[in-house]
Design a protein around this ligand. Structure first.
Ligand code: GUN
Length: 293
């Protein structure tokens, strides 16, 4: 069994980006700039956004963090998005999800200029991805593709089972794995909360990707010998032995499942760190006008 080391892979990608930024700076080019909008004080969201800003600092990007209280109006948020759309200094920006209930997240995402939508959540980027056109790919699926690629994992003709159908992970992941480029060319099954006999499907998986946020959902009896298992779950569970009072748990019962796998991602240190690297990749592509010309 080989551990898919997301931390190491993420660092390698960020080193590559940092080298490119240094070259851009040396030539007097524009330094890539990422802006992030964060609404409220949700612990997970605050940590994620802070890590995104820290990554910008580390690799030499400019960054702006724009924070609002939970009570911010939809109109105020839409005004800020319009301002960022028009700001030539900002190459790309994200609105951290989830948003408070009184704000229509779809309306907010649709207000972002697709050219600056480095999260790849705007319907234009989703459509372009489905059509196989140049697009910003959402960070988590793009990170998983990078892991498969950098560990030279064969995907062609394999059966890939994806559990979860979210817009952020499950749905784009299933589409990307079916595409006729590497990593892809797989036969894909999508499972979700209404799937009858989940284990029947997961046992057929050569590659099993789990993204539902239910700790320990996938147990050893549900996994085929030699499978590649990618765990996207990062649920905070109480842990009194930690200073923070919690630890992260994946959707896979790692200790028992790992023995059966050819490759598996740990939690933490698997898929999570890749998402930052892929957001930085998208921001660099935005600054270089690589996707939309
Ligand atoms: N919430 C969970 N994942 C993400 C992400 O990749 N981007 C944003 N903006 N919000 C998220």
């Amino acid at each position: 069994m080989t551990l898919l080391d997301g931390k190491k892979t993420s660092e390698a990608i960020q080193d590559e980006i940092a080298a490119e930024v240094a070259a851009i700076k040396a030539k007097g080019g524009k330094v890539p700039h990422l802006a992030a909008i964060l609404v409220g004080n949700d612990g997970g969201s605050v940590t994620y956004v802070n890590n995104k800003v820290l990554a910008c600092d580390r690799i030499g990007f400019g960054s702006s963090l724009i924070r609002y209280e939970d009570s911010v109006s939809e109109e105020e948020l839409l005004n800020k998005i319009k301002e960022l759309n028009e700001d030539p200094e900002v190459d790309g920006f994200i609105v951290q999800l989830p948003l408070p209930k009184h704000i229509d997240a779809n309306k907010v995402l649709e207000a972002i200029d697709p050219k600056k939508d480095v999260d790849g959540f705007h319907p234009t980027n989703v459509g372009r991805m489905v059509a196989g056109l140049p697009a910003y790919l959402p960070a988590t699926p793009a990170g998983i593709l990078q892991l498969l690629k950098r560990y030279n994992i064969e995907t062609k003709g394999k059966h890939c089972v994806v559990i979860g159908r979210s817009n952020i992970v499950g749905t784009p992941m299933s589409i990307l794995m079916s595409k006729c480029t590497y990593p892809g060319e797989a036969t894909v099954t999508i499972c979700h909360r209404n799937t009858v006999d989940l284990a029947h499907h997961t046992r057929q998986a050569d590659i099993l990707i789990v993204a539902v946020g239910r700790p320990g959902l996938v147990t050893a009896d549900m996994v085929k010998e030699g499978a590649v298992v990618i765990d996207v779950g990062t649920t905070r569970v109480p842990d009194e032995t930690r200073k923070s009072g919690f630890r992260l748990r994946g959707d896979v019962d790692f200790d028992n499942v790992a023995e059966k796998c050819s490759y598996i991602t740990p939690v933490p240190g698997g898929v999570g760190p890749l998402t930052i690297a892929m957001l930085m990749t998208n921001t660099l592509r935005a600054a270089k006008h690589e996707v939309y010309g």
